[in-house]
Design a protein around this ligand. Structure first.
Ligand code: 6OG
Length: 169
């Protein structure tokens, strides 16, 4: 058998509705201070879909019929594990979006249409998101399945450089 790089399996779930997307401001942990969909680690006793539904309920307080739409693989030079992230979305949900009630995430709606005028929802906060998000968000918005991979290496001065591959339908 070939040696395998073990993976850490995560989920990220988004609600897409009427040209807007629900994201959460991460108040602690990995990705603190950034906006992301809702998600976390897939536990050993559950499927990725079960994990995605559970995390959405824990972090946003809503239940949604999530559909799988994308896979991201991140490989960081020198790290013991690769990241495997399953991306989900739903267009409807049950319950009321929680209003800043958890320690973890503060849910907020953002506009997916570039031409919103004053008084409308804020645009996607790219500068406070993972920088690879901008590659696959347009595919998520259009509900086009995708896979992507990014390899992160350090250059001589210690800065991360990345190479990326994206495949959409
Ligand atoms: P906890 O450790 O807080 O879960 N995650 C990423 N999300 C995006 N958009 N881009 C990435 O690429 C990510 N790497 C990890 C997966 C961490 C959460 O962060 C997500 C989980 O939802 C760099 O339980």
């Amino acid at each position: 058998w070939l040696p395998l790089l073990p993976i850490k399996h995560y989920t990220v779930a988004h609600i897409l509705q009427d040209d807007k997307v629900l994201l959460g401001y991460k108040k602690r942990g990995f990705g603190q201070g950034m906006y992301n969909g809702f998600g976390g680690k897939v536990e050993p006793n559950e499927t990725p879909l079960q994990a995605a539904v559970r995390e959405l309920e824990e972090e946003a307080g809503i239940k949604a019929p999530l559909r799988h739409i994308g896979v991201l693989i991140f490989i960081v030079a020198g790290a013991e594990k690769a990241f495997h992230i399953d991306i989900y979305y739903a267009e409807e949900f049950e319950g009321t979006v929680m209003d800043n009630r958890t320690e973890e995430m503060r849910p907020e709606w953002f506009s997916l249409s570039p031409s919103d005028g004053p008084g409308e929802l804020p645009p996607i906060p790219w500068d406070k998101m993972w920088d690879t998000d901008r590659y696959w968000f347009p595919l998520l918005r259009d509900k086009r399945p995708f896979v992507g991979r990014a390899d992160f290496d350090k250059n001589e001065s210690g800065a991360f450089i990345s190479r990326r591959w994206w495949y959409g339908t």
